[in-house]
Structures are given as C-alpha cells and as structure tokens.
Ligand binder design. Structure first.
Ligand code: ADP
Length: 489
C-alpha cells in the first residue's frame, strides 16, 4: 500500500513531469500500488521512450481520436498545445490550436492512401535515422501504418513488416511498445468512466469552441470499437464462407452420386431386362417347338442357352450386391493358401469358349513362376475373371494373354489385350464407381467391375495398375503381397 506521503510524492513526480496532474493517475484509489506501476509503464513506454516528444504526442492525439472515451484525446491535445508538456518534455515545441485542429481533422486513410503510404515507406533506401517532422508526408505515412496496427493488430502483418523496414528494428520495437501503452491508456479510460477532464483542458475547450466540438464530437471516435466489431464480423463471415464452401462441395458430391445412381439404375434395369426378354422369348420358342415334337438334343440346346443367360444375370446381381459391400469398405475375405497360377488357369479355362468365340483362339497363359499367398481364392478369381471379361469385351477380337509371375515381394497377374485401349484422361477414372471410358451404346456395362476388382485387391493390401495405348490395347496388372514364389517345373 502506498502511504499518503508516498502518494503525494508520486503526484508530485507526475505533476513535475507533465506540468499538470492528470486525473488518469488519480484513479484506482483502492489499489494505489497499481498507480505507481502505471506510472512506471508511462515513463518507460511513453515519456522516456527514446523517440521525439512532438512525434510521440502527436501520435497519442491522433490514435486517441479513435477511442470512444474522449479523456485521452482531450488530455493529450492539451499537452500538445501547451497545457502541460508534450510527452512530459519541457523542451518540446508546442503546437498552435490551428495545427492541432488540422491533426484532429486528418481524414482516416482509405485503401489508396494506405497504398501510397506503404509505397513511400517501402521505397526508402535505408531505415529513417530520425523521426519525420510534424505534418509531413512521411509522418502521415508512419501514422497511417501505425493506426492500422493499432486498430487491427490481428491483420497487420504487412504494415508491421513495412514499419520495421522503414524504422529499423529498434525504433520499430519502441513504436510497438508505445502503441501498447496507448492501448492500455484507452482501456483504462474505458474501464474508469469516472475520469474527469482536468480544469486546464476544460478551460481550453471553453475558449476554443471549434476545438471543443472536434474533440468531443469526432466522427472517428467509434472507429476502435467499430474496427474490432468489424474484425469479429469478418472473422465470422470468413468462417461461414468456409462452411458454405464445404456444404457446396458436399452438395455437388451428393448430386453427382444421385445422378450416378439414377444412371446406374437405368443401366442396371436395361442390363437385366435384355437377358430376361431373351429368356422369355426362348421359353416361348421352346413351348412352340415342343408342340412340334422337339427332341432331347433340341431341349438341351435351349437349356444351355438359358443357363448362359441366367448366369449372366446372376453375375450382374452379384456385382450389384458387391457394390454395396465395397462402398462401405467391408469386403470380407476368407483367406487361405492360394496358388495364383492355378487360379488364373481356372479362370482362363472357364472362359475358354467365350474367348475362342471372340478371338478365334484360346488365351495364352504363361505361369512364369508359381506364386503362393494368403488370399481369398474366390475373390481373386473374381478379379481375374473380371479383367478377362473386359479383355474379351474391349479386345476387338484380338488375342489375349495372361501371365503369372513375381517381382520382389509381390505376386503379379497380368492380363493383356490388343484392343481399343483407354484414353489417357480416363485411365485413373475407370476404377471409380460407374465410370466408363466408352459410350453406353457401343458396349454395354455397368461401370462397376473394375471398381469392385480394385476394392478387392486393396482389401488384400495390393493394387491394380493399368497401361494402355489408344487403338493398341491395354494391360492390367494385379499386384498382391505374396508368401513365396516357386519355380515352375
Ligand atoms: P464395364 O465394363 O461394365 O463398363 P468396368 O468397371 O469393368 O465396367 O470398366 C470400366 C471401363 O473401363 C469400361 O467401361 C471401359 O471403358 C474401360 N475398360 C475396362 N477394361 C478395358 C479394356 N481391357 N480395354 C479398354 N477399355 C477397358
């Protein structure tokens, strides 16, 4: 606690320094020790701060214009004019009321003015050796940048950079310390509304009506408040914009998915209806031919054809069911020891008739190395069958080759055709759901086979690669982590 005598001593020191006793240092009576600390801060960051007194006082007045509580601007304008001393310096030059009014009426810089200020400061060849004279272009430029930092410290990086360059590191830090003190002073006045104007400045305002009007009714008085509110609003708006963009993106994705699903449904129903109508037609024909006394061979031929159609439909239904599993990422694997060459041979054998029908020759299967791994045999079969079916569909009747081998720790199954190839811009897309690199009227399909195949291989921690040249053919390579690789006898 400061004793009365100590408080008197402090008051004397303050009065001695300013020439008047500002009521600012008479506040916080219940915590008198704090006043002493405030005074220390004032001395360190304002009165004894090694910057020219006039520059400091003018800046205090200018920045205090933006504070809602008028105490600071009134008190410091008083110092500037000679009621008390500018920055507590008895040698500091005084300012006329007209010049003070000029400072109080300086328009707040717009974007153009700010740009000019920055250019002026940025083009200085070296940091300023001394602070500029009052009311010069250079002083305006410094005030403009300082007020931006003062009012919007969160977004003042550019201005701080410019000022640091123009002032040099030391004076820049002095200036920042000074702004901190002015902020503190404003905060103090905002939180101590009981602060009264001192008698000397009351008299000054009584004698100079235009000065009084300007000091008490400055249109810029709200800027500090408005500035921080605007900043908050802007932050909110920016956040909302980010949210909005995210929602838009999600909406775009959803629309894409819905469109793809619609298309999928129409293709799927078309794909299923075609074999179904053929099946109905076949049945109708069978009924007629039975009436005409069809023999057992004839009946068997009908049954074979129908079985083909039923198999096709059943495969398509499986694909549709798989898609749901693959999309939710839960393809369940039943792993066992699998010989890749054997699986490939089974798939090639199963499709032999179809391959021969389309290419005129069986597929060439080369098992360079027998590779063994822990995989789900039926799923790997499904993948190879899918690649083979595509090679038949898109292979333009040219020969198909299948190779099984290993590379490092990976098992490879390569399915190669010499067909239409895939446009390079579609190459990575074809593994996506419903993506096709061909018009639906040219070759029918759901655009799901590669998606599912890829999900299956990924579930095995492998990957599928594709190489293709338009008009020359495509090569699909399944790579799977393997257990071991054996020479083929
Ligand atoms: P679908 O064959 O039912 O369209 P896929 O997912 O199996 O569906 O294939 C996606 C697309 O990739 C096909 O529509 C086709 O454009 C292209 N594609 C797949 N395999 C080949 C291939 N071997 N040669 C050329 N294009 C292919």
């Amino acid at each position: 606690m400061l004793e009365n005598s100590e408080r008197e001593e402090l008051n004397e020191e303050v009065r001695g320094r300013f020439g008047v006793l500002p009521s600012f240092f008479q506040t916080a009576k219940e915590a008198p020790g704090l006043t002493a600390q405030l005074w220390s801060f004032a001395k360190g960051a304002y009165l004894d701060l090694p910057l020219p007194s006039l520059f400091k006082e003018r800046l205090f007045v200018y920045l205090s214009r933006f504070c809602e509580v008028r105490y600071c601007v009134v008190r410091h304008c008083g110092f500037l004019i000679g009621h008390g001393r500018p920055a507590g310096d008895k040698n500091a030059p005084l300012t006329s009321v007209e010049d003070a009014l000029k400072l109080l009426k300086r328009p707040y810089p717009d974007a153009q003015a700010l740009k000019q200020s920055i250019n002026l400061l940025e083009n200085l060849k070296e940091p300023l050796r001394s602070m500029p004279e009052a009311d010069t272009e250079l002083e305006s430029a410094l005030f403009n940048c300082a007020s931006e930092i003062f009012l919007s410290p969160h977004s003042s990086e550019g201005f701080r950079y410019t000022l640091r360059k123009a002032l040099g590191g030391k004076n820049f830090e002095y200036l920042m310390g000074y702004l901190a003190f002015i902020q503190t002073a404003h905060f103090w006045t905002l939180t101590h509304p009981e602060l009264e104007y001192e008698e000397d400045v009351e008299a000054l305002m009584r004698n100079h009506e235009s000065l009084r009007k300007r000091l008490l009714e400055d249109p810029e008085a709200q800027r500090c408040e408005v500035g921080s509110k605007l900043h908050d609003e802007l932050t909110l708006l920016r956040r909302e914009k980010v949210e909005y963009d995210k929602l838009k993106e999600t909406q775009r994705e959803l629309i894409k998915t819905i469109n793809a699903r619609d298309e999928f449904l129409s293709i799927a129903s078309h794909e299923l209806r075609t074999p179904l109508s053929t099946l109905l037609m076949q049945n109708e024909l069978l009924r007629l031919e039975l009436q005409d006394g069809l023999d057992v061979e004839g009946i068997r031929s009908y049954l074979d054809k129908n079985e083909d159609l039923l198999l096709r439909m059943s495969n398509q239904l499986d694909q549709m069911l798989d898609i749901a599993k693959a999309s939710s990422g839960c393809i369940e694997l039943e792993k066992s020891k699998v010989f890749l060459g054997k699986v490939a041979k089974n798939a090639v054998d199963r499709l032999e008739m179809d391959i021969k029908k389309h290419t005129g020759t069986p597929a060439k299967l080369v098992v360079e190395k027998e590779v063994v791994g822990l995989w789900d045999e039926s799923r790997i079969d499904q993948v190879i069958t899918n690649l083979l079916t595509n090679a038949i569909k898109y292979g333009e009747g040219k020969p198909i080759e299948v190779k099984v081998t290993c590379e490092g720790q990976e098992a490879l199954c390569v399915v190669k055709d010499q067909g239409r190839g895939i446009p390079s811009e579609k190459m990575m897309l074809i593994f996506d759901k419903f993506e096709r690199a061909i018009d639906k009227n040219e070759v029918s399909g759901l655009g799901l086979g590669l998606y599912i195949a890829n999900r299956i291989v990924i579930a095995h921690e492998g990957r599928i690669e594709v190489e293709s040249e338009l008009g020359k053919g495509s090569t699909f390579i399944i790579r799977l982590p393997m257990e071991r690789c054996e020479e083929v006898s």
